[in-house]
Design a protein around this ligand. Structure first.
Ligand code: UGA
Length: 441
């Protein structure tokens, strides 16, 4: 049986490797970082993702999943090699392809037989052709290979479920036979498979993320208008979402999108457009609206504290960019905490899983053991991430322990009327006049 090799053991790589192993394939996961591979060999995950540790353990035990730092070992008797390395934002928002290039070179130098090189990393349109060129020019002797683009649509926090239940698999290649072989690997996932050319597949990924980001900025703009007109954005979203052409998903107004994907991908798509002389008006507006959410949140808390943050203690519930992950990359909480501190406030915080990561990024924020310790003597509480465990807190206890019972809900987790009846001064986003149906109209 030929094996699959996955290069990169970050979110995408590790989930792809463990996911394919779980489907019965023999998988070799490769990373050039010794400590990550050593950790994985000892059962230590380099990332937090619900269910991942069990999935990896099960497949390692069954002998289907192995780890290595050696390309020579990994490419032996391998027919499929997935490139799943990071593509961070470079200057001007251009995707930085140094890791993809390095992986392609190492593949070229170590391949021994025909290989299908499958790109999973989010890469600028045209990268598949570039990768093919690198492999061709770095092979010690010519060995045939094909390049296929298979963009990733996993969400952090539900990545394993997403791997097992994809909405679709997109495959792009100039070599139809290679694309068909990669399609075979995905057949048991029982999702529609779209086979197209390389560049179109690469574009499908950017267009999908940009569209979802657009939905978020759209609903955040509607939230602003709702506040001005006294309407409730949560109910507006529900009412809109029943129209199947619109759908309920990605219409939660709040602090806007963060993470390692949307901010980077919208910027990269706009950059690609500009480079070709196009004016990405809508993408620019999407980014503008998103960028405004964080300072707006700081101003909102300031207003709720009668115009001054100096010497005030603000408690933050949630730090990660979204629930069920410890990922702090471009998390709104970072900019918000820094702005509050710059305005003279003391900030303390609690997050169910990201505090260790966050402490290194936000050294001036006091990390607390639980939401109640965050609330004690605080002038205001902010909800940054909609973790489930924040839904049913003991609010009377929180109210009584705060200096002033003020809640700014950046994720619209609570109902304004409930919070009012509990005795809080409460504001969400887009929940009627000033973000609160309980305010004087
Ligand atoms: C996103 C896409 O959803 C995945 O399909 C894609 O594979 C991934 O990027 C990627 O390119 O690798 P992810 O960044 O993990 O996944 O998280 P999402 O669940 O999409 O959320 C992104 C951000 O949007 C979060 O900050 C979240 O809080 C925010 N968001 C999401 C909203 O503000 N409102 C919503 O209604 C939905």
């Amino acid at each position: 049986m030929k094996q699959i090799c996955v290069v990169g053991v970050g979110y995408v790589g590790l989930i792809t490797a463990a996911g394919f192993a779980d489907l019965g394939n023999r998988v070799m996961a490769l990373d050039i970082m010794e400590e990550k591979i050593e950790g994985l060999k000892n059962g230590i995950m380099p990332i937090y993702e619900p269910g991942l540790e069990e999935l990896v353990e099960r497949n390692v035990k069954a002998g289907r999943l192995n780890f290595t730092t050696s390309y020579a070992d990994a490419l032996q008797n391998t027919e499929f090699v997935f490139i799943a390395v990071g593509t961070p934002s470079g200057v001007d928002g251009e995707a930085d392809l140094q890791y993809v290039g390095a992986a392609a070179r190492s593949i070229a130098e170590n391949m021994q037989d025909y290989l299908i090189v499958i790109n999973k990393s989010t890469v600028p349109v045209g990268t598949g052709d570039w990768v093919a060129g690198i492999i061709e020019s770095h092979q010690p002797k010519p060995i045939p290979f094909s390049v296929v683009s298979c963009p990733e649509f996993l969400r952090e926090g539900s990545a394993i479920l997403d791997f097992q239940n994809p909405h679709r698999t997109v495959l792009g290649s100039l070599d139809r036979e290679a694309a068909n072989k990669v399609a075979q690997l995905h057949l048991s996932l029982r999702a529609p498979i779209v086979i197209t050319d390389l560049r179109t597949a690469e574009m499908i990924k950017y267009a999908s993320n940009a569209f979802l980001a657009t939905k978020i900025s759209f609903i955040n703009e509607i939230a602003n208008i709702c506040e001005a007109l006294g309407a409730d954005v949560k109910e507006v979203a529900v009412g809109m979402g029943y129209d199947k052409r619109i759908g309920q998903a990605f219409l939660n107004a709040g602090l806007g999108y963060g993470g390692s994907c949307f901010p980077k991908d919208v910027l990269a798509l706009a950059h690609m457009a500009r480079e070709k002389g196009r004016h990405p008006q809508l993408l620019d507006a999407v980014m503008d609206i998103n960028g405004d959410r964080r300072p707006m949140a700081v101003n909102r808390v300031k207003e709720m504290l009668d115009g001054s943050l100096k010497g005030k203690t603000i408690g933050m519930l949630g730090l990660a960019f979204k629930p069920n992950t410890d990922d702090m990359r471009d998390a709104p909480a970072i900019d918000i905490a820094n702005a509050l501190i710059a305005a003279g406030a003391n900030v303390r915080a609690y997050d169910p899983v990201s505090m260790e990561v966050a402490a290194a990024i936000l050294p001036s924020v006091e990390m607390c053991d639980d939401p109640y310790c965050v609330a004690e003597n605080a002038d205001a509480l902010m909800i940054n991430t909609e973790w489930n465990e924040f839904v049913h807190l003991d609010f009377p206890c929180i109210r009584d322990s705060m200096k002033t019972p003020v809640i700014f809900d950046g994720r619209n987790l609570y109902e304004p009327e409930d919070m009012k009846s509990l005795g809080f001064k409460y504001r969400g986003l887009g929940r009627g006049y000033n973000g609160s149906t309980t305010e004087e109209k």
